[in-house]
Structures are given as C-alpha cells and as structure tokens.
Write a protein of this length. Sequence first.
Length: 185
Amino acid sequence: MTCASEPRRALVLGLCGSLRAGSTNRTLLMAASRIAPNGVDLLDYRGVGDLPHYNPDDDVDPLPASVVQLRALVGKADGLLVSCPEYAAGIPGAFKNALDWLVGGDEMHAKPVAIWRPSSRGEVATAALRLVLRMVAARIVDEHVCSSWPGGRSARVEDLLRDTAWTGEVRGALDRFCDAIQNET
Ligand SMILES: Cc1cc2nc3c(=O)[nH]c(=O)nc-3n(C[C@H](O)[C@H](O)[C@H](O)COP(=O)(O)O)c2cc1C
C-alpha cells in the first residue's frame, strides 16, 4: 500500500546505444539499475532495435506503436541515463534513429540527461550526443566515464558488482545524477 505522504519514486530511463548481445554499455546500465539509490527505479529501455527507420512522413498521427511507447516512457521519466558506444566516429545508426524519433515530440524538452561511458574510448560519439541532446533542448546535467572495467570486455553484471571500488564509483555517479534530477523537481 502506498501512503499519501510517501515521496514519489523517481524513474530513470536507461537508453543503451548498442544492440549487441554482450554490450558493455548495456551491462553498465544493468549494473547501475542494481545499485540505484533508494526511491529510484532505473528502467532499461530495450526498444531501440524495434523502431522503424525515421521518416518525417511517418512522424504524424497515428504514430507507430513503438514510437508512441518510446515517447511515453521518455515523457514519464524524471531523467535519462544514456550509455552509448562509438561507431565510425559517431553515434551508432540505430541509436541515432531513436533520437531522431524524439525530435518531433516535446518529451525531451528540459529533460535531465546523464551521458555515461564504460571506458574512455568513444569521446567523438559523446560529443555528437551532446549536440543532438542540446538540439532537442534536453539538459545534460552529468557525465561519467568509468575509470575501470573489472573482468574485462566480456564482464557480466555480477563481475562488476563484485568490485567494490567500481560499485562505489558508479553509485557516486548515480547519486550525483539523482541529486540533479531531484533539484529539478
Ligand atoms: C562498426 C564498429 C565501428 C566502431 N567504430 C569505433 C570508433 O570510431 N571509435 C571507437 O572508439 N570505437 C569504435 N568501435 C568500438 C566500439 O565503440 C566498442 O567496441 C564499444 O565497446 C562497443 O560497445 P558495446 O560493447 O556496448 O557494444 C567500433 C565498433 C564497431 C562494431
């Protein structure tokens, strides 16, 4: 039962830029969801690969169901946590496609966003993300680059969570982001 005086839970929507089955970016988001602060739900959005290719002709009512779902989730979220790899010196096409579908709605307007990376590689894609996010008037309130990746490239969530230094660092980044979100509302 929810008590009327209970503070509302915050919703953070995790957006992964990789569709790859053992994606390090997705593993980072999944590990983060396991150590989210009390009162915060981190939902890992899995629909990037289901979105149709963006075409302005289709950006009219009735919108494709997958686009309606994405926009509704973004609209409902208190903040977005983006973790995205770099492909050919840019944002991976499928993820850029998802971002393009968000241009036509107003859900991104003033939305607090954190951009994370599992490693120091990929700074060109991060710079491109900043441009796109500013274009849709989102507010980039935090960025975090993991200083280590315990267990190597094929590390699983449990490998990361076992490393107390890693979890401490990521929890710190999450706390920072959640504080920024709460200061918004
Ligand atoms: C097609 C392709 C292009 C890539 N291009 C770049 C690049 O331009 N710069 C870079 O730093 N890494 C590049 N990479 C490496 C990926 O960014 C890196 O492997 C990343 O960890 C993949 O993310 P994931 O583990 O979440 O799938 C590329 C990888 C692929 C498959």
